[in-house]
Structures are given as C-alpha cells and as structure tokens.
Design a protein around this ligand. Structure first.
Ligand code: BGC
Length: 755
C-alpha cells in the first residue's frame, strides 16, 4: 500500500486542527489532534520500544531479529528505540520514523546515561557520598549535554531505589540507604538532566526507576522476590520517587521484581492507584527490559498475550523488548479484554513527552554532527567530573596523620592491581564510555614529581578477560607478584595500596555473597603490612565492603569508589592534600556479610540493649556486635570538627509550628575544611514504630582554621510527619529527640514534644 506522506505536514496540521494560532495551542491539544488521526496500529507503535543493534543491556530476546525491527520501524510500529547512539546512527532511525512512516512521529531515543556519557563521572553511589546536591546536579547536566549531543533525548536515570543490602550489585547505581538523602539526590539528578527547559538541545528527559521495591531483593540477589510492608513502602521506598516527581521527571520505569506477590510490571496498585492516581503523575511508564514477558516466569501471566493485558491494565505504557504490545494489543482490544481508553491514555502520555522535548518542532535537534564532535569530552566536562570525583571521596580513617602525603622527600610505593588500572575506575554502567580511558592512580600521582614513586601490581585481580557480558573470574591462585611488592614496600617510606573491586563486579546482575576484598588482594595487603606499617589503603569498589581487618590494622583508609574518567587525578589530589576530603558514607559498612541488611535507620525492637552479662535474651548476635564497621554519614577530613552547645528555640510545639535547632560547629585544626553537618530526628512512640533515628536535613559548612560557626536547622511539619497507621502522612503528637553531628552515630541531642 502506498504510504500517505503526511509526516512532514504534521506540525502544521497539529497547529491548525483547532483553527487556532500555533502559539495558543497547548501540548495537550496537539496531542489530542494527533491521536484523533492515528490508527490503532499507529497507537500501539508508540507504545513499542526496540533495542538498537548493539549494546544489549539485557538477555537477547528470541524475537529480536534486526530485520523485523526495521520493518516495524518503517510501518510506524516503533515509538522509541534504546541503545542507538551517536548522531549518525540516531539519524538513520529517526529519518525512517519521520520521513518514511505515514504520520512521521519522531522516535524518543533512550539510553542508560547513568554516570556520564563519554566523560564519566563517579558511579552514583560515590556521587551520593559527596552530599553535594549542586555538584550532583551539575554532573547530571554534563552527562545530559554529552548524551544530547550524541543524538539521545531520554536517559534511564536516575535509579532512585533505596537499598540496605550491599550484596545487591546495583547499589552502585543508587544513592544508598536513606530516603531523605536519596530524595534530595533524585531531585538534583532529574533537574540536572532535564534542566529548566526541556526543549533545549542540551537537556534530555529523565526516568525515575525502578518502580518499586527493586532494592529490597531478598538476600541481595538481583531480580529476586521483594516482600515489604506498607510502612517500608511508603516511608522508605516511595519518597525518592515522589521527589523525582517534584522535579517534574518525565518518565518512570517499572521493575523486574515482584512486590508482595505481584510483579511490578503488572502491578495496578503501584502504577495506577499510587503513581497515576494518588500522585497524579502525568508522564509515562516504560517497562524494564523484557519485564512484561518475564511475568510468565514469575508465574503471573499464562502467556505473552496475557502479559500484555496484565501490563497495560496495570498502567505500563511502553513495552521495552518484550514484543507483547506490538503483537497482542490490537487483538486484546478487539476481544474486549483491553479498553481502548487505556491505549489512548498511554499514547497520550508518550506523545506529550515527545512534544515537551520539542521533537515535533525539530526531530533532528539532537543530531548535529558538528556539535557532537565539539561537546563530547570537552575541557569543562573533564573539570566538572574531576570536581565531582574529589567531592565523592570518603576518608574512612586517618591515624598518625599519614595523609596528606608530603609533597617531597618521601619514597612512595604504589602497590595493587587497581593502581595502574585505567578501566575499573570507569565503573559499571558506562556503556558509551571507552574502555581504559580513566586516569589511573599511577598517572595521577606521577603529576607530583618531587617524590620517588615506584609501582608494583602485586597480584592480578582477575584471570581471563574482563568482559562486560562474561562472568568476571577472580584470581585466587596466582601469587607471583607478591614477593616483589613486599620487597618494594620494605624500602619505601609509605605504601599506597590500591585494591578493591573490578568495575563489573558491581552493577546489574553482579550480586555477591561475600563482601570481602576479592581474591588475593587482602593476602597481598597483609604481606605488605608485615614489612611496612605506613600503609594508605585506597579502596575502589561499588558497594560497602566488610573491611574489618583493615579497620583494625591499617592506619589510613580512603574510600575512592569507582570515580570515572578523572579518577586518578582526584585521588592524587586528595592523597597529597591539594583537596581536603569531605565525603560521608551514604550506606552503612558492615563488619561482616552476616550483619546485612544493616542500616542506621533501623527499628529499636523490644529488646534493644544488653540487660547484663549473664542474660542472653536481647536482640543481638553471639559472635559479632550489632554495631556497623562505619555508620551511615561517617567521613573524616584533614580538618577536625567539634559539635557543641545544642539549643532549641522551643521545647514544645503544635504540628504547624517549627523549632529551630542550633549548635556550634568548630574547626579545631589548622586546615580549612568542609563538614556535612547532619540533623537526625527520633519519634519516640507512634501508631507505627519509628526508626531509632532518621536523617531530616544536612548542611555543608566550610570553616577556616580554628573558626566556629553557629549552624541551625528548622524542624518543620515535613520533617516530623510519616505514613501513619491511618494510611496518611501525618504528624502525631508525642515526644521527639533531635540529634546533630557528623554522622548517624552522633550523640549530641536535645528533646522536644509535639502537642
Ligand atoms: C535495567 C534498566 C535499564 C534497562 C535498559 C535493564 O536491564 O534494569 O535499569 O534501564 O535494562 O538498558
């Protein structure tokens, strides 16, 4: 059949359909006009998203042959593609959609821009450790600018899943365990990606994912079952999603897991009742990769057709790589199993975002080859990710002032398989990034030329290929480099030891049952420590690790995560004191894996304390204490900070009044530094039990040597309310404690009540 080429005139049609001037037509009116001329097939096409032809970020579907996809593209049966990137490639598919289909509706092009596009910033968990919302916003802005210059207009980020389980590989992709910090970061990231003007060629639509509960996978095993109660769902899991909505996030992604027996993708409570109902969300919901068809394996859908019916009825608007919408929706509508109104609603949501992006005005606005060449990797972006990387580093321990290193006259041994590695620091989820493009620690430290720096690998971390798809094989047998490393350590003043996880030991499908430093690295560390006690341990990892021996023995420990392209420069600047670290942990570090899930905002239980040495019946383990290795919010600086003199403006308030809590923060050292001052609140009794303390605010305070400042926080209704037994957000009268300090373990406290 000959196609009617109305695509090019679409914009004109949309402007004239209501007989109005172009400028006075709203996006909703344009969407309605377009919808009114679409066939059911074209509507379903908008709800269908295909993967490109490389960069598979999930299992390759049986039906996923390229020829079929091209045919569908040409017949208007594709509304979006993912994993197509680079102006040339995007242009190829966009041109087909715009110039060869009947209506010429542009594609929305999705990609996992998780922590940078080509110029990589630290992994999201590391960025969260900065607690610096402005820096995080800026980092997402850089990522958006590069991705947009490369043809992409939609990122599947931020991942706002709260997680308390370091075994789960995807903790690297989130903001840690706390809903308040996670919410603030969700807001900052969405703003960074989307900017204030989505029609700008430098901004892209964001996605709040994975809705919901994905971070609570049982035993930390990816894709596993999730079973959580109402209070955890509303008070812990939902808040960062709500913050993303406040930032006007344009899309949501559902998740692979089942939640309390219903797969999230087919979960009408989550998607229709809460998201599109209670929260009145106007954007669209994309499924996760193949998550519709996976409802068969979950034991929820009987076949693909049933999966399509369940997913759309539950509120999933776009099918990523399940092929069930394109195959079955028309039939399901004809059979009366699906209401066409649900199809229309989904299509409207998708079209609205395309209009908001300005794709109908210029479908090629992200496809400027000149801009692509100029923007990717530009100097300002390198500086931006370097700044973010420095801010993400957490100084866990610094005894004997081993750090900062002296700038001259020291013999420094740099040891460890990650010290010269230019790949691992790039982290997991960097699919547009080029391998081996990070500045290594070795390169970063070589900039400081006045010291004698010598390097030994010590042991290899892996055996075989370090490949994205294949399982990563840890070296547990080859000890050949240990002797040389030990000999080098012996004749050096200081050893900087860089060990940890290879980048793809974290991320999707990279769950671990052990939280130890992998392979022979710990053995290497112990051997080196035997001959030289001046060890600065620099950890690279994507999750909390159980480094109890290290904490007990090694004087100085720096948490350097996977910091992206500028990793080595950032680490070197911190080691040499050109940057004073200020990061704070966004996730608790356990003493051992058996303590997991371990998190600071836990409940008290009915038997929280040891009643006496002769009594065993209280909530504890018999082998290890309940205390974490490092608490949430912990992080040191080369400066020393002291908190004192906590004061409240009132001791009792009504729910609409506020209390000001103030305190003195002093830098007692001779070095200027920055401290993240934290506010925690405890609600002593409530209709649903409340955590032992909850983060409710924080401030970054910079203090000159020996300077003091009066710092204050306002405690308002928003900070006191929670999702109560009435299934509402309410403030309940009662007694509260407020804590201020430099970590969740702070003991500086005061009391107040709400009448
Ligand atoms: C992940 C998503 C991601 C999608 C597309 C899935 O495997 O769970 O977070 O956005 O793939 O790459």
């Amino acid at each position: 059949m000959k196609k009617i080429k109305i695509g090019i005139c679409l914009s004109l049609f949309l402007n004239l359909a209501f007989g109005q001037q172009p400028s006075v037509k709203t996006i909703d009116q344009k969407v309605d006009s377009l919808l009114s001329i679409m066939t059911i097939k074209e509507k379903i096409g908008q709800m269908n998203q295909y993967n490109g032809f490389w960069n598979v970020t999930g299992p390759t579907p049986v039906e996923g042959d390229a020829a079929n996809k091209y045919d569908h593209l040409k017949s208007g049966l594709v509304g979006s593609m993912l994993n197509v990137r680079g102006v040339e490639e995007v242009l190829k598919v966009q041109k087909i959609a715009v110039e060869e289909t009947r209506l010429g509706i542009p594609l929305i092009i999705g990609f996992d821009v998780i922590h940078g596009y080509k110029t990589l910033s630290p992994i999201p968990l590391a960025e969260a450790a900065s607690w610096d919302l402005e820096a995080i916003r800026k980092s997402s802005e850089i990522a958006a600018t590069e991705a947009a210059a490369s043809g992409i207009n939609w990122t599947f980020a931020p991942m706002v899943d709260i997680s308390r389980d370091a075994r789960w590989g995807r903790v690297m992709e989130g903001s840690g365990e706390d809903p308040y910090l996670g919410g603030k970061i969700a807001y900052a990231r969405v703003k960074g990606f989307q900017g204030d003007d989505l029609t700008s060629p430098n901004t892209i639509a964001a996605t709040a994912k994975h809705f919901a509960g994905y971070g609570f996978a049982e035993a930390g095993r990816d894709y596993n079952t999730v079973d959580v109660g109402t209070s955890t769902l509303y008070n812990i899991i939902f808040p960062p999603f709500q913050e993303a909505i406040k930032a006007d996030v344009k899309t949501f992604m559902n998740s692979f897991n089942e939640l309390n027996g219903i797969p999230a993708t087919g979960n009408a409570f989550l998607q229709r009742e809460v998201l599109k109902g209670d929260w009145n969300y106007k954007g669209f919901m994309v499924s996760d990769w193949g998550s519709m068809i996976e409802m068969i394996d979950h034991g929820y859908a009987k076949d693909g057709k049933h999966a399509a019916e369940l997913a759309l009825n539950a509120g999933s608007d776009m099918d990523m790589e399940s092929y069930v919408y394109v195959k079955y929706i028309e039939e399901l509508v004809a059979e009366g199993k699906l209401d066409i109104a649900k199809v229309d609603d989904a299509v409207k949501r998708i079209l609205r975002v395309k209009f908001e992006l300005g794709l109908f005005d210029d479908p090629y606005k992200y496809c400027d080859l000149g801009r692509e060449k100029k923007v990717i990797g530009q100097k300002a972006h390198q500086e931006g990710v370097l700044d973010m990387a420095k801010k993400s580093i957490v100084l866990l321990k610094n005894e004997n002032e081993l750090l900062p290193l002296k700038k001259k006259g020291q013999k420094i041994a740099l040891i460890g398989p990650l010290a010269a590695d230019k790949n691992s620091p790039l982290g997991s989820w960097r699919i547009a990034g080029d391998d081996n493009t990070a500045i290594s620690v070795l390169e970063g430290m070589q900039e400081y030329k006045k010291n004698k720096l010598t390097y030994q690998e010590g042991v290899k971390l892996s055996i075989g290929e370090n490949d994205f798809v294949k399982e990563f094989k840890v070296n547990t047998t080859d000890r050949t480099g240990i002797t040389e490393a030990v000999a080098l350590a012996k004749k050096s003043d200081v050893v900087v030891m860089v060990i940890g996880e290879y980048s793809y030991q974290t991320g999707e499908a990279r769950s671990r049952t052990s939280l130890d430093i992998p392979g022979l690295q710990e053995e290497l560390l112990k051997e080196v420590y035997k001959v030289n006690k001046n060890v600065v341990l620099v950890l690279m990892n994507g999750r909390p690790l159980a480094i109890t021996w290290e904490q007990e023995n090694i004087p100085t420990i720096v948490e350097a995560w996977h910091l992206g392209t500028q990793s080595g420069n950032a680490i070197a600047q911190v080691l040499y004191g050109d940057y004073n670290p200020s990061g704070k942990l966004p996730m608790t570090f356990p003493k051992n894996v058996g303590q997991v899930p371990i998190y600071y905002n836990h409940k008290n239980t009915g038997r929280p304390t040891n009643p006496g040495d002769d009594v065993v019946f209280w909530s504890h383990y018999s082998d290890v204490s309940n205390e974490p290795l490092y608490p949430f919010g912990h992080g040191l600086s080369y400066s020393k900070f002291e908190y004192s003199n906590i004061k409240l403006s009132a001791n009792a308030i009504t729910e609409n009044e506020k209390i000001r809590v103030s305190f003195t923060l002093k830098n007692t050292s001779n070095i200027e530094g920055k401290e993240v001052a934290q506010l925690y609140i405890k609600d002593l009794f409530a209709s649903v039990t409340r955590p032992v303390r909850e983060l409710k605010d924080f401030k970054m305070v910079t203090l000159k040597p020996n300077e003091s400042k009066e710092v204050s926080f306002d405690i308002t209704k928003e900070k006191l309310q929670f999702y109560t037994a009435n299934n509402k957000w309410e403030v309940e009268p009662g007694n509260f404690k407020v804590f201020v300090g430099g970590s969740s373990k702070t003991s500086l406290e005061a009391d107040f009540s709400v009448k």
